[in-house]
Structures are given as C-alpha cells and as structure tokens.
Design a binder for this molecule. Structure first.
Ligand code: AMP
Length: 295
C-alpha cells in the first residue's frame, strides 16, 4: 500500500491506473477507522482492481461550534488497518493541500439538504459536496462506496454525481453495528458508560417505528411520536430530530406509500449520534443501494 499526501501525485497515480484499464473503487472517510469503514473497503475490493481510500477531516463541513478540532484522529492505526484490508492507495492530504487558498467557487446544494442533519448543521452538505467534487476529480474512480448510516449523505452524493455528471457509480453499503445494534461510529468513543448503554435505544426506537409500519400504520406523525417517546424515556440524550421522509428525495410524506427513511439524531454530552432505517411501504428493509436504484 502506498500513502500519498500530494494532490498532484495522487492524480498522476490514478490517471496511470485508469490508462492501464484498472477499475478504481473509492471510499471517502474522515479516518479513525472502525468496521463500518473496513466493510466499505472490502466491498470496494470485491468489485474493483484497485482500492483507493482517503482520510480527510474536511473543515468546510464543520460548523463553527462543531467538533472539528476534537474529531478523533489516529493516522498510524488507520494506516495499519487499511494495509491489512488490502487498500492500494491511501490518500491523506493536509488541509493546505486540499485548500491551498480560499475557494473562489462555492457549491450550494438546494434539495435534500435542509432536512435531517442539514437542518441543524447549516452548510454541512455544501462542505461535503465541495470536498467530494474535488476528491472525485482527483481520483476519478469507477465506483464509490458510502455507508447507509449516513443515508442523507448518500442522497446528497447521488444528487452531486447525477447533477454534475460524474461518471461514477455510487453504492450504498449497509450500516455495520455493534453486537447490541448500536451503529458503529468514530464518535462512539465519546460516550460516557451510561450513555453507551442508552444509545442502543436509537436503533430499538427506530425498529419499533418500522414495526408499526409492518403492522399497517401509515401515518408518519404517529410513528415519529412513538419513536420520540421511546428515545426520551430511555435515554438522557436530547433529541435533535426524528423524521420520516421519502427516500432519496427526502421530502415530507403524509402517508407511507413509498420508500422512506426513518431517521434520528440525538445529542449526548460529548457526541451527537445518528441512525436510520430505510424501508418500503410495507416496512420491508432496503439496506443496499446502487445508484441506478437511487435515482
Ligand atoms: P466518516 O469517516 O464518518 O466520514 O465515514 C466514512 C464512510 O463510512 C461514510 O460513507 C460513512 O457512511 C461510512 N460509515 C460510517 N459508519 C458506518 C457504519 N457503522 N456502517 C457502515 N458505514 C459506515
């Protein structure tokens, strides 16, 4: 595995590989790897000749009061894990390498961004699409792999890829969970012991909401209220949102008669956790997406 820090060198390597007809699978990350990341890399390895992973904690996608500085980082451990997983190129650019000067172009995502995490994190998805447009141009992958844990991010990346005609196939990979079903996250290390125990109720509450749909409930307000009640009763966290929206357009629904995402974000003392379930009108889970299915 080669670690590359320069944009120019990365571009040259990737260009040479595609000239040799190698197919590139790409996983964008902010590092501090856990099994969720590793699983994306494994998927990329299965379907491509070359696996490229980037580690970049993108300042543009953090708000002024968010955890950019505190975001956990462990480059040497990540490098070992990436190597063990069979990654070919690990791209770790510094902030000055990615943004040598203030950008003179700013990107603004209009749809899919002002709900869920976008509502409480204004500008977040503008930062996400900006850095991904740059990374896609640098790496020019054939396929890119994103975790369903960030369902809104996949909807946003889908818009980026299709609106700007990136010749890249976007693939959504199921959320990897702890044995008690807490979604794996780099931020879980910030949970206090009691919060770690309570955090399982995010998934349990969402699952209860989905079961209501399986049992025939069609009213999103009822489902949202039930999910909120469970999280409020069972955790000390503060609910940021519980929303049920069409997927991938992320629009409000008055009745559940299409594919929807039921999603939540909860603030604990030092960590804001997110989780979601994607299911159809009968409550049947859909957790693997390919871009052709998303559009
Ligand atoms: P991050 O480093 O948090 O930006 O995540 C990088 C990629 O890993 C994103 O596509 C995430 O959706 C994905 N990811 C993070 N946590 C998980 C998880 N528990 N299961 C599957 N994918 C995940």
């Amino acid at each position: 595995m080669e670690v590359i820090r320069s944009v120019k060198k990365m571009q040259e390597r990737c260009k040479a590989l595609s000239n040799q007809q190698k197919e590139i699978g790409y996983v964008a990350t902010m590092g501090f790897f856990h099994e969720g990341h590793i699983n994306l890399m494994k998927q990329a390895k299965e379907n491509n000749d070359i696996v490229v992973v980037s580690i970049f904690v993108n300042p543009l996608q953090f708000g002024p009061n968010e955890d950019y500085k505190q975001y956990p980082r462990d480059e040497s451990h990540d490098t070992v894990l990436a190597e063990q997983t069979g990654v070919d190129l690990l791209f770790i650019p510094g902030v000055n390498e990615m943004y040598p000067k203030k950008m003179s172009i700013s990107m603004l995502i209009e749809a899919r961004a002002n709900v869920l995490c976008g509502r409480t994190r204004p500008g977040h998805f503008n930062g996400v699409i900006t850095v991904l447009a740059k990374l896609f141009n640098i790496i020019q992958p054939n396929r890119t792999y994103f975790g369903m844990k960030d369902a809104q991010q996949i909807a946003v990346v889908d818009a980026l890829v299709s609106n700007l005609n990136f010749p890249i196939v976007l693939i959504g990979v199921p959320t990897v969970r702890e044995t008690d079903n807490l979604a794996k996250s780099s931020r879980n290390v910030f949970l206090k012991d009691n919060e770690r125990e309570e955090a399982v109720w995010l998934y349990k509450a969402l699952t209860y909401g989905r079961e209501l749909v399986v049992d025939g409930e069609k009213n999103p307000d009822i489902i949202i209220k039930e999910v909120m009640d469970i999280i409020t009763k069972r955790t000390t966290g503060k609910i940021d949102y519980v929303e049920l929206l069409s997927y991938p357009d992320l629009e409000p629904v008055t009745a559940i008669n299409q594919q929807v995402v039921l999603a939540t974000a909860v603030f604990f003392k030092q960590a804001r956790l997110i989780d979601n379930l994607l299911f159809n009108e009968d409550g049947k889970i859909n957790n693997r997406l390919k871009q052709e299915e998303i559009v």
